[in-house]
Ligand binder design. Structure first.
Ligand SMILES: Cc1cc2nc3c(=O)[nH]c(=O)nc-3n(C[C@H](O)[C@H](O)[C@H](O)COP(=O)(O)OP(=O)(O)OC[C@H]3O[C@@H](n4cnc5c(N)ncnc54)[C@H](O)[C@@H]3O)c2cc1C
Ligand SMILES: NC(=O)c1ccc[n+]([C@@H]2O[C@H](COP(=O)([O-])OP(=O)(O)OC[C@H]3O[C@@H](n4cnc5c(N)ncnc54)[C@H](O)[C@@H]3O)[C@@H](O)[C@H]2O)c1
Length: 504
């Protein structure tokens, strides 16, 4: 390999976000390279979204069949563990990125395999298997290096599982402790309970899914407990050790009283594996940020064009988990589309820039002038990050929300009306399951008569979320939503009931 390479644009990290940035940035003819130190496709494809959902889906399918009289009798046992793990292996492409490499190359991008570190502005050293390569970006660098699991100090010496080991496990531990109460903790507790593990969830706070409306975490907690998972709230692991009997966790109670669900601490809990599901850290520790005057380990703060704040020259951008601004693949890819278009337009190499761009079929053309004047909700600004971020948690029940919670809307100074409806009261629920339980709640900004947040809890609600996202992004007044007629008998008829409850 040459030991010096030059490109117009260099994207660091070929996760879902980096791939999308690189593809879009190349649309005006810029020469784009993407640098990847591990597998092309990143966390989501091999150790996060895809394998975790593959682990969760079989239990979900069984529960759905068991909830329907007539189908329930056909379900005669638990999930087939080895078949579930084999299917997960397929979904994770057997941790082989050949398919995604082919996509990158087919998109006309240059893939550099190696670990990148900044050596100065627009200059990088990429450590490859053939030695170091100096890479210069003539126009821009976009950092999309993602995040890594945060592991609490108390667990560091006992070789805990992170989400990587959980999602790629080939053996189901008999006893699993899950530390954390967020998205990874609730999804993995659900999956490993389905796979037959004895699961204990140790939650430092006083509820599950603290970023969601409280009723969402309560429903997930109830369901986990009903299925034999032990959930201990206000429980903090203060130390841990590992020996031939397993991992011994010392757990102390940090808040509140015994909730009646978990035992009071302090106590020692012995398990075969412990999963640290305690959040993520931006992957900037070993990126040479010091060469730019930035602090290693920090997130890269960005503006709505995804330009990194505090770096001169307008050449450095970032997107995805590394920014601390988004923490999901879908929202990271949205930011990727935005920054890809910003870079393609701002550094457009064509002599005439304000012309229709055949590469962008059917859309408004990429244009330097339009980018320079771009405002909120243009293709060049990630406006939705502030108002309409969707999140689906694939627990049982599923939890899905978008926009502001009731508390966030009030904190933002809005005069809100909160409208809720029990999904079980719908005709659509009656045909879905014998005893369907779920709830939807919308948060309405009274001044503008628009939905600013919505939360869905129940079986099969994941795909219902997008209607709410459209309503929030479109700022559709309730008076107009009234004319959006949901089909009978579906779960989406909840929109009619919510509007009736709101006084229509
Ligand atoms: C268990 C789990 C389940 C999840 N499930 C979902 C889900 O269902 N839906 C959803 O939307 N989100 C989900 N997420 C979140 C989602 O995985 C992340 O938001 C997403 O992967 C972020 O994408 P990214 O491209 O920013 O980073 P990553 O996917 O982490 O990609 C970054 C890439 O950069 C590479 N890299 C890092 N540093 C360097 C360097 N110096 N040089 C070269 N390459 C480098 C890495 O090897 C990696 O391939 C889940 C997360 C976890 C942990
Ligand atoms: N379905 C999905 O879209 C999906 C699934 C999994 C993960 N993700 C994304 O991945 C990100 C990471 O998920 P996560 O669950 O790791 O983070 P999280 O922020 O959702 O939850 C972290 C949990 O760990 C607790 N915690 C933090 N430090 C702790 C400590 N030292 N001791 C004990 N508890 C501690 C927090 O109180 C919280 O309950 C999320 O932001 C999420 O968006 C998405």
């Amino acid at each position: 390999m040459d030991d010096a390479r030059e490109f117009d644009v260099v994207v660091l990290g070929a996760g879902a976000v980096g791939e999308n940035v690189a593809d879009r940035a190349s649309r005006t003819g810029l020469d784009v390279a993407v640098v990847e130190g591990a597998l092309v496709g990143g966390e989501c494809s091999y150790w996060a979204c895809m394998p975790s959902k593959a682990l969760l889906r079989p239990g979900d399918a069984l529960a759905a069949a068991r909830a329907v009289p007539g189908a329930d009798t056909a379900v005669t046992g638990p999930v087939d563990v080895s078949a579930v793990l084999a299917r997960r292996d397929e979904v994770a492409a057997h941790w082989d990125d050949a398919g995604q490499v082919a996509w990158v190359e087919g998109a006309g991008l240059t893939l550099l395999r190696g670990h990148a570190r900044f050596a100065g502005p627009r200059r990088l050293v990429v450590t490859t298997s053939d030695g170091d390569v100096t890479v210069t970006a003539r126009r821009a660098v976009v950092v999309a290096t993602g995040s890594v699991a945060a592991v609490p100090a108390a667990l560091r010496d006992v070789r805990p599982w992170t989400s990587r080991e959980a999602t790629s496990a080939h053996v189901v531990p008999r006893r699993l402790a899950v530390v954390g109460g967020g998205v990874v903790a609730t999804e993995m507790a659900t999956a490993f309970a389905d796979l037959g593990a004895e699961v204990t969830v140790l939650v430092r706070g006083d509820r599950l899914l603290p970023s969601a409306e409280p009723f969402a975490g309560e429903a997930v907690l109830r369901s986990l407990v009903d299925r034999g998972v032990r959930v201990s709230l206000g429980a903090q692991v203060t130390s841990a050790s590992r020996d031939d009997d397993g991992v011994h966790l010392v757990v102390e109670r940090v808040t509140g009283d015994d909730d009646g669900v978990g035992a009071a601490a302090p106590e020692t809990l012995t398990v075969d594996e412990v999963l640290a599901a305690t959040g993520r850290l931006p992957a900037t520790e070993d990126l040479g940020l010091e060469a730019l005057g930035l602090r290693p380990g920090d997130a890269l703060p960005v503006d709505d064009a995804l330009a990194v704040r505090g770096v001169d020259g307008g050449w450095l951008f970032a997107a995805g988990d590394v920014t601390g601004r988004t923490a999901t693949t879908h929202q990271g890819k949205y930011d990727a589309r935005v920054v890809g278009d910003v870079v393609a337009a701002r550094f457009d190499p064509r002599p005439t820039t304000d012309v229709d761009d055949a590469a962008v079929a059917g859309g408004e053309p990429l244009s330097r002038a339009a980018e320079a004047e771009a405002g909120d909700w243009s293709r060049y600004r990630a406006t939705a990050d502030h108002a309409a971020v969707p999140q689906v948690v694939f627990t049982r029940p599923q939890v899905a929300w978008v926009g502001r919670t009731q508390a966030q809307a009030r904190d933002a100074g809005l005069d809100v009306a909160v409208v809720g409806y029990e999904l079980g009261d719908l005709a659509g629920a009656t045909v879905t399951a014998a005893d369907y339980r779920g709830r939807v709640q919308i948060v309405v900004d009274r001044a503008r008569d628009v939905v600013v947040g919505a939360t869905f809890v129940g079986p099969d609600v994941a795909d219902m979320l997008h209607a709410a996202t459209v309503a929030v992004v479109g700022e559709v007044p309730l008076s107009r939503l009234w004319h959006a007629v949901p089909s009978y008998p579906t779960l989406s008829e909840v929109w009619l009931r919510l509007l009736e409850t709101a006084g229509r």
